[in-house]
Unconditional design. Structure first.
Length: 323
């Protein structure tokens, strides 16, 4: 769809349902996320920047309704239902499959824009990548498939690594299963002893690190998920305090001072294209809009202590293989 056609399409107020007259007839986007506003501030800023590139500025020609589950995925169904009751124009279900599944269960009419790290077909979100059907579209970042590559990079940083701790959030079952499906067989292939640590909240993250005093692992692998994104500063501080070399799933962890990360990037233009597809889906429900698959990856590392470690990290900053 050309930019002129896109602007003409969303320029008409009739194409957007109204959430409330108090919003001055602006189209309203519902933001649904299992984490916290504070924890997702960086991601939210990128989302706003992407919308601005598409010509939309919050408070000027588009409004937002935010629904944060505060790291309790059990709240997502009711939060999604509330957005539907408020008749938002679009639901941006971010932070993983839990929010997307909750939004899908809440409405078959309002367009849903999702971002997930695993296969959206296997997750039950869409019928196929090329012909998703229904009212959902979005991006698959292939985060799970990069687990083995992350582990390989971590082993080069810690050559004598024999015991590996993997931190997961069991309350987010889909993400946990996706992470372990890739990491566990890769660890066995490398001959590593693997220990799974569970954390559902801030206190359990503290407890997981406290256990290192008794069974000290050689390195830590933090799985993806909204909890660990929102608590990235806590994770980095604890890893530094305990002296545990740690691999993180997102560049935001490295920006907070973490050692290294390896995962799919999320540039602003990706947000822009996702938004355009979702709005097009709203106006022309019979058309088919294939999902976007982000298979390129980025490696970020600080490697503050050893120059040799930094060079090892750089060797892993190559594009992820196409699957």
């Amino acid at each position: 769809m050309k930019r002129r056609e896109f602007i003409t399409l969303i320029g008409g107020a009739a194409a957007w349902p109204l959430a409330a007259r108090a919003q001055q007839q602006l189209p309203v986007i519902g933001m649904l996320n299992p984490a916290t506003a504070e924890g997702y501030a960086v991601v939210l800023r990128k989302f706003r920047e992407g919308l601005k590139e598409a010509g939309y500025v919050e408070g000027e020609n588009v409004a937002f309704e935010y629904r944060w589950a505060e790291n309790d995925v059990n709240r997502l169904p009711e939060l999604a239902a509330d957005l539907v009751r408020r008749r938002v124009a679009l639901i941006a279900a971010t932070g993983g499959p839990a929010s997307a599944l909750a939004a899908k269960a809440a409405t078959s009419v309002i367009p849903i824009l999702f971002t997930v790290g695993g296969d959206p077909v296997r997750l039950g979100l869409v019928a196929s990548l090329a012909r998703p059907g229904g009212n959902l579209t979005g991006t698959n970042f292939f985060i799970f498939e990069l687990g083995a590559k992350r582990l390989e990079a971590l082993r080069e940083l810690v050559p004598g690594m024999a015991r590996l701790a993997v931190l997961v959030d069991p309350s987010n079952a889909q993400i946990t299963a996706g992470n372990l499906k890739e990491v566990e067989p890769a660890a066995r292939t490398m001959g590593l002893q693997i220990r799974i640590l569970e954390a559902r909240n801030t206190g359990e993250i503290d407890a997981a690190f406290a256990s290192f005093a008794h069974e000290r692992p050689d390195a830590l692998f933090v799985s993806s998920g909204p909890l660990f994104t929102s608590r990235r500063v806590q994770l980095v501080l604890l890893a530094t305090r305990h002296g545990i070399p740690t691999s993180y799933p997102n560049p935001e962890h490295v920006q907070a001072g973490g050692l290294m990360s390896y995962g799919a990037g999320r540039p602003r233009h990706t947000v822009k294209s996702e938004f355009m597809r979702a709005v097009s889906l709203r106006a022309q429900t019979r058309r088919i809009y294939p999902l976007c698959n982000r298979q390129s990856s980025s490696c970020a590392s600080t490697c503050k202590r050893l120059e040799s470690s930094a060079s090892k990290c750089r060797r892993h900053c190559s594009p992820a293989p196409t699957r």
